[in-house]
Design a protein around this ligand. Structure first.
Ligand code: BTN
Length: 253
């Protein structure tokens, strides 16, 4: 399925799998022997696809299921959230080149949305050596041509639903990988401000008042920002500043 130009891209090793448990698991298992700048593992079907909170469900052959392995040795562990920001931004920018005029947004910490619907999910798994990131596996699931979804999913959408037509998955993959490769090059050169700005510019519900849920219950707040550390900052209706790490709070959709 990958396009000829992706197959011949320098600095990119491509691994195409008909079926695997999870492309993230595949690359984690082989990370030490795969030392190209970027390795892409792509599957038509995953038998144990994983999301941040459970299984990642996807119709066989309809969508994109892939993971990117990099070795960002210059990146310090304290800057690790840049890897999430980079992946989200690459997906948004890639999709923007194919679906002109459609605004894609990033739901903290790393989902890609169109309107109120979840279009893509990202699962990042890092291997640290001391204070450095030795291996980064970025798993990306994009709903491309699927139009009916499990009732277990609260708010799925797909490019086919948005555009009203089926899309060429090879072109979608190529557009995202092209953006990812160029952002990764910038990251390796220490050029990180553009990544942070691009993420914040597309942040879902930024500056708006909505419902949230933390360990104590539900509340309403305005999303102020996401810090470089990855913490989300909310201002609640009492004017109190609330700062949360990943999984400590969730949006009510
Ligand atoms: C989420 O939104 O919960 C993250 C979903 C990530 C899904 C992708 S599909 C390719 C890669 N392999 C996996 O097992 N998960 C990621």
């Amino acid at each position: 399925m990958p396009s000829p130009s992706l197959k011949s891209r320098s600095g990119l090793r491509l691994i195409c799998l008909e079926e695997t448990a999870s492309t993230n698991d595949y690359l984690r298992l082989h990370a030490k022997e795969l030392q190209d700048p970027v390795t892409l593992a792509l599957a038509e079907h995953q038998t144990k696809g994983r999301g941040a909170t459970g299984a990642w469900l996807s119709e066989r052959g309809a969508n994109l299921l892939f993971s990117l392995l990099t070795h960002p040795a210059t990146l310090e562990a304290k800057d690790i959230f840049l890897l999430s920001q980079m992946a989200c931004l690459a997906v948004c920018r890639g999709l923007e080149t194919l679906c002109a005029g459609k605004g894609f947004s990033i739901k903290w910490p790393n989902d890609v949305y169109w309107g109120e619907g979840k279009l893509a999910g990202i699962l990042i798994e890092n291997e640290l050596t001391g204070k450095r990131v030795a291996d980064c596996v970025t798993g990306i699931g994009v709903n491309v041509n699927q139009t009916s979804f499990s009732t277990e999913l609260p708010n799925p959408t797909s490019l086919a639903v948005i555009e009203g037509r089926q899309l060429d998955r090879a072109l979608v993959l190529e557009a995202i990988v092209e953006q990812y490769s160029s952002l990764y090059k910038a990251l390796c050169q220490g050029d990180c401000e553009g990544i942070r700005e691009g993420y914040l510019k597309r942040l879902f519900r930024k500056g708006e008042r909505h419902g949230y849920k933390d360990g104590e219950g539900e509340f309403r707040a305005t999303l102020e920002t996401v810090e470089p550390s990855g913490h989300i900052v909310l201002i609640d209706d009492e004017g109190r500043r609330r700062r949360y790490a990943f999984k400590e709070v969730q949006h009510i959709i």
